[in-house]
Design a protein around this ligand. Structure first.
Ligand code: BES
Ligand code: MN
Ligand code: MN
Length: 454
């Protein structure tokens, strides 16, 4: 039996196994799902053992456990570190799912469920690719280290400590990640840039308790009104972030890169279909692709406070809350940006409210050259899996570990994504195209095999 036959002949088993993984609601943001997170870690550890790894450990951290496995039995061959995450985003709003988030279901060639694209489905692609190689040859073609964490969706906070205290252990010739997207269906893609992310929470407190809005209204500060006024001032009319210094260190992209990015087979029509808004806005002077991949932003992710229940309640809330984030690009420094944001927010707020501002997570942007030979091998492998030449893209999302690794070890980071931009990551009806899942297993198996001659 050859590799293709092995993969093709077990399609149903592969899927059935992925279903099991997807049924575990390993939601890292919610304390009540701690047991599911632990179950998720155990599932990964067990299946890495089945795939052929003899050394597998579940490492407890300050928050959620990570899974580390290694097989260093290919002397003289390169060592590849594969990274992914087994945690998922909360599934709410539940009523907008066509089938329940943790009951994987196939419809129209797509597998639906939370984590199908981000990132369990993509992690499983690697597990199955490696298992296929091990079953066929009785060993792995290269030395492999695997790190699958459970905190990616909440900012990979514990991972940084782990990396710092296990540098030797994680040392590799290259990092391999599948937690990104393809440019479009049928366009295999290698991602060479990600935005960084600072995530903030604001708590405004005015009155010491909620007040009757008739008895007190008109003479007291309303934290919700003040929050709305604050947010209205954070962008200018050209959709630029109106925080002094915010753009100071933004690197200008070269004319050549600009041209390359704008000539990719990226379709505005697909983008607009995926978003479905009545109209579009963005920073003046940049194309949509440039806005998404090369420009920093500030977004409000949630606002709450006061009365939001049924009917009316005349109340002036004591508190108003918001979650916001800044996406960062080279060469913005997350710490510096956090200081600028806090300084400006405090400057804009009136003295009538108290403001608590927390930075919940912070991660640097990442952009790296793709000349190293491993990138040609990645292209060749993708061609084997998808019959098409891969393109090099940047993306707007963030994966804190990629920057950490790149900064720490200065090795090539190869990001091969099998998701699609319209597969509803973080939203209801998340899915992965079965053709990408199976094409992915094939491509990744060829990639690991080919890396033996790197
Ligand atoms: N897989 C995504 C990152 C991603 C998505 C990269 C699409 C490229 C394209 C990852 O799971 C994610 O969602 N990351 C978070 C960051 C984290 C610090 C919460 C993000 O980008 O919001
Ligand atoms: Mn992800
Ligand atoms: Mn995600």
């Amino acid at each position: 039996m050859n590799l293709a036959e092995f993969i093709e002949g077990s399609r149903d088993q592969h899927l059935a196994e992925l279903y099991d993984f997807l049924r575990i609601p390993s939601i890292s943001a919610k304390t009540e799902h701690k047991p599911d997170i632990e179950r998720g870690a155990r599932w990964v550890a067990d299946h890495l053992r089945t795939a052929g790894f003899k050394s597998v450990e579940i490492v407890p951290t300050g928050l959620h456990p990570l899974v580390y496995a290694e097989s260093l039995e290919a002397p003289g061959k390169p060592t590849i570190l594969f990274y992914g995450h087994y945690d998922v985003q909360p599934p709410e709003p539940l009523e907008l799912w066509t089938s329940p988030p943790f009951q994987p279901t196939v419809r129209d060639g797509n597998l639906f469920g939370r984590g199908t694209a981000d990132d369990k489905g993509q992690v499983h692609i690697h597990v199955k690719a490696l298992e296929s190689l091990h079953k066929l040859h009785g060993k792995f073609p290269v030395n492999i280290k695997v790190l699958i964490e459970g905190e990616e969706e909440v900012g990979s906070v514990s991972l940084w400590n782990y990396v710092q205290s296990h540098k030797e252990k994680l040392q590799a010739d290259a990092l391999l990640v599948s937690d990104t997207s393809m440019l479009a269906k049928g366009v295999p893609s290698i991602t060479y840039g990600l935005r960084g992310l600072n995530y903030y929470q604001i708590e405004l407190t005015g009155p010491i308790r909620d007040l009757h809005s008739g008895v007190y209204g008109g003479a007291v500060p309303n934290p919700l009104t003040i929050l709305a006024e604050l947010f209205a001032k954070l962008h200018d009319k050209n959709f630029r972030v109106a925080i002094p210094g915010f753009y100071d260190n933004v690197a200008k992209i070269s004319a050549a890169e600009r041209k390359a990015l704008n000539s990719l087979p990226w379709k505005k029509k697909d983008f607009e279909k995926a978003v479905g808004a009545p109209g579009y806005d963005g920073e003046k002077g940049f194309t949509i692709v440039e806005r998404l991949w090369t420009r920093p932003t500030l977004e409000i992710n949630g606002i709450w406070g006061g009365y939001i229940g049924e009917g009316a309640k005349t109340v002036i809330p004591s508190k108003a809350f918001a979650k916001l984030s800044t996406r960062l690009v080279p060469n913005q420094d997350p710490r510096k940006i956090a200081k600028l944001v806090e300084k400006h927010v405090r400057k804009l707020l009136p003295k009538s409210v108290h403001c608590k501002l927390d930075v919940l997570s912070s991660g640097k942007p990442w952009v790296a050259p793709y000349h190293a030979p491993i990138f040609q091998k990645a292209q060749a492998a993708l061609e084997k899996g998808f019959g098409k030449r891969a393109v090099f893209i940047r993306e707007g999302g963030s994966i804190p570990f990629v920057t950490q690794m790149h900064d720490t070890f200065k090795v090539p980071c190869v990001l091969i994504g099998f998701g699609l931009p319209d597969e509803n990551a973080h939203a209801p009806d998340e899915h992965i195209a079965l053709e990408n899942y199976f094409g992915g297993i094939k491509a990744i198996a060829h990639f690991y095999a080919d890396l033996a001659t790197l």
